[in-house]
Design a protein around this ligand. Structure first.
Ligand code: SAH
Ligand code: TYD
Ligand code: ZN
Length: 405
């Protein structure tokens, strides 16, 4: 395939074969007609962008029954409170009556802070069910996919944005040139475009194969974002590592030449250069490490099963669809997955069809072991479930290596 960014022929990174959509939890009646696509990753030797080989039509993924609600973790609520507070001062410095727009605002986890502070804001959210929750928190929300047409419409209705924000959404949109073009259209001259996504350096470092799924079309690095910015009259002036989602990077872009890049950006670019993100050997190591994870995890689960132990999954994450299907782990090895999201409960996991049950099913009768599928929330989950360990339970981790503790 050719690179979505610069059209250069790409190099293959990984081929995971036929996969179901990661957030397509389903009922038993739907098993027969389950949708699959081919999941493969490639990298561009010219601009450095790591990307899916084939992407799925976003309308198949983001719709009235999108089951991901951002506010299901206390840690994420805190994280987006901080993100909002840090941006508030920037927006206030840019204009007397600043306007803040968020792409992929979901249930309003971040924008509700701007609403509370009396700042004009607008969320852009195509999944109508999560958008409806945002509106119950008084977050003005436009049900649309962010593109140049939407940006022009918003600018004509509300004026330019002093802060354009996004979390875990820019990497979801296949037409990345359209996203950046739209950002440039909407952004005020003094404005900032600030977004964060899982960081390629952290994915490779931790062999986090489960970060690869249909919604994650791009695996950004500082270098690939600097390239995108320059192609659209923008400039990357800052980057900040974030602990969320197993390691993310927050990028700050401004209209080219409007602000000086930070010293922190320089330092992070130097660090990135040492990670080998453009070297074939890095991805060869990644492939062998994920195979090792698969072998070890399947081995551990079979051994527990043979010993008569009960194993359940914790957190019906999108990520877990890749892990479970890649390892072919089904209900014979993992009895059910506990998840606090009503939209996922009483359904089955994509592809492997493991039942998803409410958290009460986990606490009613603790299993012997719990596979920590929401490993990015490990600290929060392990702390909140101390009684599981007190009852002799053990957590199974698989990132960066398989461990039972
Ligand atoms: N920002 C939230 C939600 C991330 S999930 C968080 O970090 O928790 C990605 C969200 O982006 C979904 O709610 C999805 O409906 C939305 N989305 C997907 N494509 C989009 C697009 N083109 N424009 C705006 N939002 C989009
Ligand atoms: P998330 O980590 O955001 O992963 P992904 O982006 O891969 O979907 O999703 C966390 C999931 O775990 C979500 O479905 C809610 C669930 N969850 C629980 O069931 N209990 C918890 O204590 C936490 C923190 C999350
Ligand atoms: Zn390229």
């Amino acid at each position: 395939m050719n690179c979505r960014v610069c059209l250069t022929p790409t190099r293959p990174v990984l081929d995971l074969g036929r996969m179901p959509l990661a957030n397509a939890f389903l009922t038993a009646e739907q098993f027969e007609h389950e949708f699959h696509y081919l999941l493969g990753v490639a990298r561009c030797p010219r601009c450095g962008m790591v990307q899916l080989v084939d992407s799925v039509d976003p309308r198949r993924i983001f719709h009235a029954n999108y089951p991901y609600f951002s506010s299901t973790s206390k840690g994420m609520i805190r994280h987006f409170g901080n993100f909002a507070r840090e941006t508030l001062s920037d927006a206030r410095a840019a204009a007397a009556d600043p306007f803040v727009v968020e792409i992929g605002s979901n249930d309003g986890i971040m924008l509700r802070h701007f609403v509370e502070a009396g700042i004009r804001c607008l969320g852009i959210e195509p999944s109508s069910n999560v958008a409806a929750v945002a509106r119950t928190h008084n977050v003005p929300t436009l049900e649309a996919f962010f593109d140049a047409e939407t940006a022009n419409f918003i600018r004509s209705e509300h004026g330019p944005a002093h802060a354009l924000l996004g979390a875990n959404v820019v990497c979801h949109i296949p037409d990345i040139h359209e996203t950046f073009k739209a950002a440039r259209i909407l952004l005020a001259r003094e404005g900032v475009f600030r977004f964060e996504d899982p960081y390629l350096g952290d994915i490779v470092r931790q062999s986090a194969v489960d970060q690869i799924y249909d919604e994650h079309v791009f695996y950004f690095s500082i270098g690939s974002i600097a390239y995108m910015a320059a192609a659209h009259g923008l400039e990357l002036i800052d980057a900040e590592p974030q602990a969320v989602h197993g390691g993310s990077m927050r990028y700050t872009l401004v209209p080219a030449g409007s602000r000086m890049p930070t010293a922190r950006l320089q330092a992070l670019m130097q660090r990135e250069a040492s990670l080998g993100l453009n070297d074939e050997s890095t991805y060869a190591r990644f492939r062998s490490q994920i195979e090792e994870i698969r072998r070890d995890l399947v081995g551990v689960l079979h051994k527990l099963r043979r010993g008569g132990a009960r194993v359940v999954g914790f957190g019906a994450t999108a990520k877990s669809a890749t892990l479970l299907n890649y390892c072919q782990i089904g209900p014979d090895l993992v009895e059910f997955i506990s998840d606090s999201t009503p939209a996922k409960q009483h359904k089955f996991s994509p592809g492997m069809h493991i039942p998803v049950k409410p958290f009460a099913a986990f606490t009613e009768r603790f299993p012997d072991c719990a596979l920590l599928l929401a490993w990015n929330h490990a600290e929060e989950i392990i702390a909140a479930n101390a009684n599981f360990i007190a009852n002799g339970g053990r957590w199974i981790h698989y990132v960066p290596v398989v461990r039972v503790v």
